[in-house]
Design a protein around this ligand. Structure first.
Ligand code: SF4
Length: 96
């Protein structure tokens, strides 16, 4: 029984290691991380990846940055992160 537990444990750490390696590669390829819904600022501003407010989207908000038409773009409110073009948060302001 002890051996079995140990084998399972080793199997688990093996796949965890692979997952971490792949995650690291993905992060490097993608210099900016997608904003997580559980990021404290995202929670405070009720950020969502898909807006539920008609006509208010990250890509027509004054804080959006980066290229028009990109699916994920930087936002001045969340430095170092990218937000979904169709996302929304309570800091939304009409692009002037
Ligand atoms: S401030 Fe909020 S609504 Fe505006 S682009 Fe950033 S995350 Fe989207």
């Amino acid at each position: 029984m002890k051996n079995l537990d140990r084998r399972d444990f080793l199997k688990l750490s093996g796949s965890t290691l692979i997952g971490m390696t792949l995650g690291g590669v993905a992060l490097r390829a993608n210099a900016q991380e997608k904003l997580a819904l559980d990021d404290p600022t995202a929670v405070a501003l009720k950020y969502v990846h898909v807006s539920e407010v008609e006509g208010e989207y990250c890509d027509n908000c004054m804080y959006i940055q980066g290229e028009d038409g990109a699916e994920w773009r930087p936002c001045a409110i969340f430095p170092g992160k990218v937000v979904a073009a169709k996302g929304h948060c309570t800091a939304w302001m009409k692009k002037g």
